[in-house]
Design a binder for this molecule. Structure first.
Ligand SMILES: [Zn+2]
Ligand SMILES: [Zn+2]
Length: 95
């Protein structure tokens, strides 16, 4: 049993046009309908930016600072580099 429709692992069928798509496709390759049940809201929402988006470089949040050691950008609220733990330049480290 089961060999009749031997789908690749994770393959899914489009509800709209019945085209079979690969697991890594999040949209139908034929009609671009969203994958049914795909929870990763990759579409309309713009609230969550990619982790190291290039655009982030050009719009720094207020008070953001760049680590002198590893050049990672940190938030104003960080007193140490999140990546290498170097102290924030010019920040007084309270005992
Ligand atoms: Zn489709
Ligand atoms: Zn650093």
């Amino acid at each position: 049993f089961g060999d009749k429709f031997k789908k690749p692992e994770g393959a899914w069928e489009c509800d709209t046009c019945m085209v079979q798509n690969k697991a890594e496709d999040t949209k139908c390759v034929a009609c671009t309908s969203a994958k049914p049940g795909a929870s990763a809201g990759a579409s309309s929402s713009t609230s969550s930016a990619p982790v190291l988006g290039l655009a982030e470089k050009f719009k720094k949040p207020e008070g953001a600072w760049e680590c002198d050691v590893c050049l990672v950008q940190n938030k104003a609220s960080d007193v140490q580099c999140v990546a290498c733990q170097a102290g924030k330049p010019g920040a007084k480290v309270e005992p």
